[in-house]
Design a protein around this ligand. Structure first.
Ligand code: BG6
Length: 522
């Protein structure tokens, strides 16, 4: 069945549109990759849908000495590339382009910010009005931007709101994350700071809470009495491309676990919030991270696996190993894969392992959460009990966005033979509308002042408290002592052993193999 969301909303008298107040959006790092690939296409979509106020202006700020017309032309080709020629509409672009302005400056130079303030005031007849700052720059520039905004009084909310969006990484460890937050707190109040994690803007990620708390069916079984274990996977076929410089410093643990994976873990495990508002939701997420005990060195050895990809076959071609990628040291010890087992030590989850895995250059790009239920307590179909597959609920974030529930059914025939069958909900089929990109949702939320999908300071710190001991224990291990895996494979063998010790198994990434695996065929 297909649901026409706008028709349903119109019938119930509710609008599906949120609309931002007029404001000036200032993007630092305006000629960079993030602006071109994500921010400009997202803003363009918001304008097209009427969610960006007509009176809003976007000022791109960067050090490239170009004029506003050149900037508009640069953004035009970026948006055309992101949308594809077929969806790009020249008329729509011309309207949107009128909102774009450009200000060339050195982001490290405090004087630049006074000039920027004048530029903003000129746009608003002498007042500052509402401002949204977006730091789409390398992390090393964020403190200069905060300083500059502070010095130029651009963080003031005296004549309109001021909000700043900061991209991850929020530090490299607990100490640097605290230092960054302290720094930002010297200029902005916490309510003005929006730490962005694009996973939270994904429709399918937001749906985790709706699935759990918008239905009465699932929550009563969402606990240790019924759930055996939970798998959270974010597997990519992509390598690190041109990002070697960044990735060498980050590695998979910092790049994916201390944010995206931890957020998924919190959403699947948190208690129902008292309201769907920014503080209530974030309070309960922080509770989850706090309920996990940081690992000891021995636990890190037993419960985490890191790996690095080597040359292999992927999507029909040979791909290089991590150490052969551009800007990567030939003796690099950076992990491109992480698997870990976490335990949430509260009444709901005591005894239930939560397994996380993420990696580059794996067999298939899959982001999903799989909740594995216990077997029925009494094997009624005694002679075939081993064939009864436990129920699994899979929340598919990507691809084939949707939810898959598997259960056993009687196979037609005289014998009491069971077969595992699936109920499959797919977004694309069910809803008659385009799924918004994560950045569209998050930009609109920030413009509307809704911080529910952004990470609060205490959340960032609670995550680092879990990650720091892993980084430290890994540092103590001999270099290059960890597992390697072939590009295009399911990941290191050690990750399979991690689950096998508890009698569990990862779902296979490769669909073909998964089908074979599920039917038990050889
Ligand atoms: C980013 C990481 O935050 O998320 C990248 O830095 C990763 O390394 C990306 O590829 C994955 O995002 P998505 O939306 O493609 O799953």
């Amino acid at each position: 069945m297909t649901i026409d969301v706008e028709a349903v909303a119109a019938k119930s008298g509710e609008s599906v549109l949120s609309k931002a107040e007029p404001c000036v959006i200032i993007i630092f790092g305006a000629t960079g990759d993030l602006t071109k690939r994500k921010l400009m296409p997202a803003l363009c979509h918001l304008a097209r849908k009427g969610e960006l106020s007509e009176a809003s202006v976007i000022i791109g700020v960067d050090r490239e000495p170009i004029d506003p017309d050149t900037f508009r032309a640069l953004m035009q080709s970026a948006v055309r590339e992101a949308k594809g020629d077929q969806l790009f509409d020249d008329e729509e672009w011309c309207q949107f382009a009128q909102k774009l302005d450009y200000f060339a400056c050195d982001l490290k130079d405090p004087d630049s910010y006074a000039e920027l303030a004048t530029r903003i005031q000129d746009l608003n007849g002498g007042t500052l009005s509402n401002r949204l700052y977006y730091c789409a720059t390398p992390p090393t520039l964020v403190s200069s931007i905060i300083d500059g905004l502070g010095e130029a009084k651009l963080a003031s909310e005296a004549s309109g709101w001021a909000r700043i969006i900061i991209e991850k990484p929020f530090g490299r460890d607990l100490a640097s994350a605290q230092a960054l937050s302290d720094y930002a707190a010297g200029v902005f109040f916490e309510h003005q700071i929006y730490r962005i994690d694009h996973y939270l803007g994904k429709e399918t990620v937001q749906n985790i809470l709706v699935f759990r708390f918008g239905n009465a069916l699932f929550e009563p079984v969402w606990n240790r009495n019924h759930i055996n274990y939970v798998e959270i996977t974010a597997a990519e076929t992509l390598g690190i491309g041109y990002r070697g410089g960044y990735y060498e410093e980050a590695g998979a643990l910092r790049d994916m676990v201390t944010n995206h994976m931890m957020q998924l873990l919190a959403l699947i495990a948190m208690e129902p919030p008292i309201a769907f508002d920014a503080d209530a939701v974030r309070d309960n997420k922080v509770q989850v991270w706090r309920t996990i005990k940081p690992m000891t060195v021995a636990e890190v050895a037993a419960k985490t696996v890191r790996g690095q990809y080597e040359t292999g076959q992927l999507e029909g071609g040979k791909v290089p190993g991590y150490k052969e990628e551009p800007n990567v040291a030939s003796d690099s010890n950076t992990e491109t894969y992480v698997a870990a087992e976490f335990r949430i030590e509260n009444w709901r989850w005591a005894g239930v392992p939560f397994y996380l895995r993420t990696g580059k250059r794996l067999a298939r790009g899959v982001t999903e959460l799989a909740v594995h239920f216990k077997r029925p307590p009494q094997p009624l179909f005694a002679n075939r009990s081993e064939l009864i597959e436990p129920n699994v609920i899979v929340l598919r974030i990507h691809p084939n966005e949707g939810i898959d529930i598997s259960f056993d059914a009687k196979q037609p025939g005289n014998e009491m033979r069971t077969a595992n069958v699936r109920m499959d909900f797919r977004y694309q089929q069910a809803f008659n509308m385009r799924i918004p990109e994560a950045y569209e949702t998050l930009l609109l939320d920030a413009l509307c002042g809704d911080a529910t999908l952004f990470t609060r300071r205490d959340g960032v710190e609670a995550q680092w408290r879990l990650i720091d001991p892993i980084l430290e224990a890994w540092r103590q291990q001999p270099p290059d002592s960890f597992s390697k895996y072939a590009a295009g494979s399911e990941g290191p063998k050690a990750a399979d052993e991690l689950l096998a010790r508890n009698g569990h198994q990862w779902r296979l990434l490769d669909t073909q193999l998964q089908r074979t695996h599920q039917t038990g065929a050889k």
